[in-house]
Each structure stands twice: as C-alpha cells, then as structure tokens.
Design a protein around this ligand. Sequence first.
Ligand code: HEC
Ligand code: HEC
Length: 355
Amino acid sequence: MENLNVLQPVAGAVLAASTQRSVGIVLVVLLALAGVALLWFNSRAARPELGAELELAPNRKPYYPDEDLEGRVLDRVLLLALILIALIAVGLPAYWLAEPGRQSGAEENYESDTGQFANQGAGLFAASAAGGLGCADCHGSAGQGGVRQHILLNPEGEFVAQVNWNAPAVNAATLRYDDDELRYILNYGRPGTPMAAWGAPGGGPLTTQQIDHLIRYLHTIERDPDEVKADVTAEVGRSLEAGEFESLGEAVFNYGRFSGADSGTYSCARCHTMGFSYGDPQAEGGGGTIGPPLRDGYTLRRFPAPQDHIDFVTEGSEQGAGYGVNGQGTGRMPGFGQMLTEDQIAAVVEYERGL
Ligand code: HEC
Ligand code: HEC
C-alpha cells in the first residue's frame, strides 16, 4: 500500500505537467499561424518598383522638400510629442495614485479565504477523479472525514492484513493545529498510516507553495467551534445512552469507536491506542501508537497536578516547548479546547488518570 500511497501524488504531478504541455502546444500553433500571416502581409505590403534602378534604387523614394519638412511635418511631430508628454504627465500620477490600491487589491485577491491561493488549494485537495491530488478521496469531498482501505505491513514489509482505516475530518484541522503544525503533517505525513508525506522535505511531490495553498484551503473549510462542540456533545450523549461506554471520559476518549462518527476524529484513541483507527484497538485506553501510552499511571507521573493535565489537553503541545514533568512537545498533540467542552476535557482527563 505504501506504493499506492506514493502513486497518487505522482499522478497529480503528471496531470499538472500535461496541462502545461497542452498550453505550450496551443501557443506554438498560434505563433506558427501568426508567422504565416505576417509573411503573407509582408509580401503584399511590398512597395511597387519606382523605376529603373539607375534613376532611383528601389529602396529609396524622393523625400519631402524643405518647406514641408520644416513646416507641416515638423509641426505634426512636435504636436505628437506634446500629446505624448501630456499623456505621461497625467498618466503617471494617476498610475501612482491607483498603485497602492491595486497592490492591496491583488494581495486580497491572492491571500483571502476566497482568493486565488485558496482556490488553488481547493483544486489540489479535490478528488483524484476531479483532477486533484485526492486528499478528498480519503478525507471526504468537503473534508468531513472518510474511510480508506489500507494494507498493514510488518517491519519486514510483509503483508499482515487489509483494513479500513478512518481518515480524520480535516474541516476542523485548523482548530487543533496551527499552520506550522499542519505544514509538518503535510510535509512528512504519518508514517505507518495511509497519510503519505506530500511535501518535498518528506520526499513528497508538492512544493512549499502548494503546501501553503492547501493550508489556506483548510482555513476556508474551518468549521465553527460551537457547531463542532454541539455535534461532539450530541454523539457522546448518544453513545452513552446506547450503553457503548461507562463514563463520559471513556466515551470522549473512544469517540466514534462503534458508530464511526466523524471518522473518530475527536477521539484520543486514534492516536493513543494502536489499531483504533481500523476498528481493532489493541489496548483499551491508550496503549500508545503515534502518541505515547497513557495507561498504568503514566499521566500521573507526567502531570502530578490534574490542572496541568487539563491545560495540556486543552492547548495541545507546541514544538520544542516543555510540558508536565520533563515532557517535550513536538506539536503533534492537538489542542482540544475548540472541539470539546470543559466538562468533556475534565472527564477525559479523569478517565486517563484512572487507567
Ligand atoms: C490514502 C488516504 C489519504 C490521502 C490521499 C490523504 N490523507 Fe491525510 N490522512 C489520512 C489518514 C488515514 C490520516 C490519519 C492518520 C492517523 O491515523 O494518524 C490523515 C491525516 C491528515 C491530517 C492530520 C489530521 C489530524 O487531525 O490528525 C491532515 C491535516 C491531512 N491528513 C491532510 C491531508 C491533505 C491536505 C491531503 C492531500 C494532499 C491528504 N491528507 C491526503 C489519509 C489520507
Ligand atoms: C493526532 C494525534 C493525537 C490525538 C488525536 C490525541 N493525542 Fe495526545 N498526544 C499525541 C502525541 C504525538 C503526544 C506526544 C507529545 C508530542 O509529541 O507533542 C501526545 C501526548 C499526550 C499526553 C501526554 C502524555 C505523556 O506522557 O507525555 C496526554 C495526557 C495526551 N496526549 C492526552 C490526549 C487526550 C486526552 C486526547 C483526546 C482528547 C488526545 N491526547 C488526543 C497525539 C495525539
């Protein structure tokens, strides 16, 4: 499956290259046609012979007499010069006046959420069938999350199993990661999961600018935090009522485990419990996978004071910054403050501290 993962970006790059190629071919044809037309006009515009070469060579013609040259012709040229100077005198200041507006307009046009860059990001994000890179194939057409078949390999690269791996919703990715953290995820992917490295630093096909466009696009599909919280609260309530979990904390930790809601995006288990993302959790309550194990009093030693634990889950980690006792963040632990309510965070922290 690793191979399939890298094939997709390559297909996108080939597609982009072939678009440039078609544009190039059209340009060449147009230029060739223009060349033929030019030759044709040129041959028709040739001046008729003036007479015997002895009297007047064909490349010469009698010029104006002095009265005309220093009168009519001179006046005409001077008038033309005056008009041009007037045009420049009026035009340049007018251009200067309009230029700052034009520049900020262009910036707006490129940088805003509805601007060119975000549009290009949307084009890149689109399904591979629609000419995009295929982020939407896994993450859903509007970033609402999805499922993707994935082949698990052992460290020797041998087949273990084919699984359906949940791809998280990314329409709230900007609520849990800042731009640098997103850049890291897009550049390097998530080794061992269907999420490939897309950026050049991770060996992927995308340029820095394309990664920036994708990040900008993720901002344009950012959901309202209150709506996210309302949806999460509804699903957590439903799962508790259905008897899927015993406590609020357990329900939040394993969000979407049985219902597949939001592809499990708002769970903790998708990063802290191996196998959770493909319906085969190995150790209940965070045995560790992308994120460290949280069982067996791990979190009590890391955060002797519960409030520090709560603050960490609310804010997430920051690359290089310390947390708890001797913890150092990488920026990969998302902040949940804009997706979970304070009650839910307190409950999940209590659940973790009891594991
Ligand atoms: C083959 C399926 C697939 C494709 C294609 C794909 N992703 Fe992912 N992506 C995933 C999976 C699965 C994860 C979660 C991995 C894990 O379990 O940690 C993920 C994680 C992410 C995350 C982190 C979200 C989070 O909260 O953990 C972001 C952001 C993201 N992808 C954006 C993109 C973008 C942008 C593209 C297109 C350039 C893309 N993905 C293409 C499957 C895919
Ligand atoms: C997208 C993956 C991801 C998700 C989802 C996630 N975590 Fe984490 N978590 C991590 C990573 C990675 C670390 C390690 C710190 C780092 O790399 O910055 C971590 C660290 C932690 C730690 C500190 C553990 C230690 O001993 O250092 C706690 C506690 C924690 N997470 C709790 C949670 C809770 C609670 C949730 C759900 C509300 C959650 N995590 C969801 C990735 C994740």
